[in-house]
Design a protein around this ligand. Structure first.
Ligand SMILES: NC(=O)C1=CN([C@@H]2O[C@H](COP(=O)(O)OP(=O)(O)OC[C@H]3O[C@@H](n4cnc5c(N)ncnc54)[C@H](OP(=O)(O)O)[C@@H]3O)[C@@H](O)[C@H]2O)C=CC1
Ligand SMILES: Nc1c(N[C@@H]2O[C@H](COP(=O)(O)O)[C@@H](O)[C@H]2O)[nH]c(=O)[nH]c1=O
Length: 359
């Protein structure tokens, strides 16, 4: 199963919105006879890739055991049912890490395998398999994406100087690592404040990049400039989320190539909870937030942040913008409570990962 999980890890950047799944086929003699992982949307799933691999290597699949990191599907989606492919190949046993979290299909693949006389075991590798697909699980079980907020800060927690300057607080190495986290998301979310101040690209600039996450800009008044650098990323979808009735401006953004999304607003501010539901409807699994203190605070206040990805540089900036413009709180317990899930050194900086307690 650990080999299947390593294959799933390889799939993570290419297969969203599909879950990243790995599959290893072990022949009756205990040798690995085939392996595969999920391909980009619309192409073969892990099980079919592993069966094809075994066939290409001249191995018979009858009597084999399949180790797969998610329940094989039983439905005809963009590809055919994997449970049927395993049954037709004569597989004797299927070991799956997890049941499919999609409430419409959960358990159906396992039931079909069992009905065909295939032995089924569920559980090995469950924790790692779920982590690999945390966004897919979030979308399926909560109807909204997993929200990971990335912040680059100084040791005293500042994210920009009082005049707005913030480039660059962290090192090249930390920024490259940040790109790898952008790459695994389906969408990067920012605020119009950051767009106007930084003129960012917010794309993935890694040689290994195979797809660009959609850029989503919270911009109630349609203020995104038509000549910004964010338009210079070939093939990347830009979604501007606003609430103003200025049809002329909305049309100009549409003509510039944006997907323009009118969202309900309260006191002129976009309803971020409704926005996340809409992004899930568009098959966004993970949202990578890179925004300023205003939008960050609104996301925290609405209880929408699941995870913090904080790069901390060993420098002090004194006065300046915080990670999120929260508070002032009267009691310590009023602030969001997180737990650390990882601390790593990235070049001269620290990368701190923390998750909201209970998520
Ligand atoms: N160090 C770091 O990691 C980062 C630092 N920065 C820095 O942050 C600064 C910009 O911060 P800031 O001005 O706070 O910009 P934000 O990116 O937080 O954008 C804020 C704007 O988003 C719009 N918005 C839309 N919906 C909402 C909502 N529901 N709640 C709140 N805002 C909403 C508002 O404008 P409107 O009402 O017009 O829609 C608001 O003014 C810059 O100096 C930049 O360099 C930025 C990103 C990362
Ligand atoms: N200042 C700062 C960051 N800032 C974030 O990076 C954005 C610019 O992205 P791009 O135009 O794609 O290079 C900027 O607008 C802000 O969201 N990131 C970091 O890793 N370290 C830093 O010190």
């Amino acid at each position: 199963m650990s080999q299947a999980l390593a294959l799933a890890e390889q799939a993570r950047l290419i297969c969203p919105p599909n879950p990243a799944v790995g599959c290893v086929l072990v022949g009756a003699d205990g040798q690995v006879i085939g392996q595969g992982h999920t391909q980009p949307t619309g192409q073969a799933h892990a099980e079919v890739m592993a069966l094809r691999d075994a066939q290409a290597r001249g191995h018979a699949t009858a009597g084999a055991t399949a180790y797969v990191t998610l329940e094989p599907c039983a439905h005809q989606g963009r590809t055919g049912p994997c449970a049927d492919a395993l049954i037709e190949a004569g597989v004797r046993k299927v070991v799956a890490s997890l049941q499919d979290p999609n409430p419409r299909v959960a358990g159906q693949g396992l039931a079909r395998l069992q009905a065909a006389g295939v032995e089924v075991e569920v559980g090995p590798g469950a924790e790692v398999a779920r982590e690999l697909n945390i966004g897919f699980f979030s979308r399926m079980t909560r109807g909204r994406p997993w929200v990971r907020m990335k912040v680059a800060a100084s040791l005293d927690g500042r994210t920009a100087l009082p005049n707005g300057a913030s480039q660059w607080i962290t090192s090249d190495a930390a920024r490259a690592d940040g790109h790898a986290w952008r790459a695994r998301a389906c969408a990067v979310l920012t605020g119009i404040g950051t767009v106007l101040r930084d003129d960012p690209r917010l794309d993935v600039r890694l040689p290994s990049a195979t797809r660009q996450p959609m850029l989503v800009i919270a911009d109630s008044q349609w203020r995104t400039p038509l000549a910004a650098r964010l338009w210079q990323v070939p093939g990347r979808r830009v979604c501007i989320v606003g609430a103003s009735a200025d049809a002329g401006r909305e049309q100009a953004l549409r003509e510039r190539g944006a997907d323009v999304l009118q969202q309900p607003a309260a006191e002129g501010r976009i309803d971020l909870s409704a926005l996340l539901v809409e992004l899930a409807r568009r098959e966004v699994n993970e949202v990578h937030v890179e925004a300023g203190a205003q939008l960050n605070a609104a996301l925290w206040r609405a209880g929408l942040v699941d995870e913090l990805l904080l790069y901390q540089a060993p420098r002090l900036l004194g006065e300046g913008a915080p990670l999120a413009a929260l508070g002032p709180f009267a009691e310590l317990a009023q602030g969001p409570q997180l737990e650390y899930i990882g601390v790593d050194r990235i070049g001269p900086d620290l990368r701190i990962r923390a998750r909201v307690t209970g998520r």
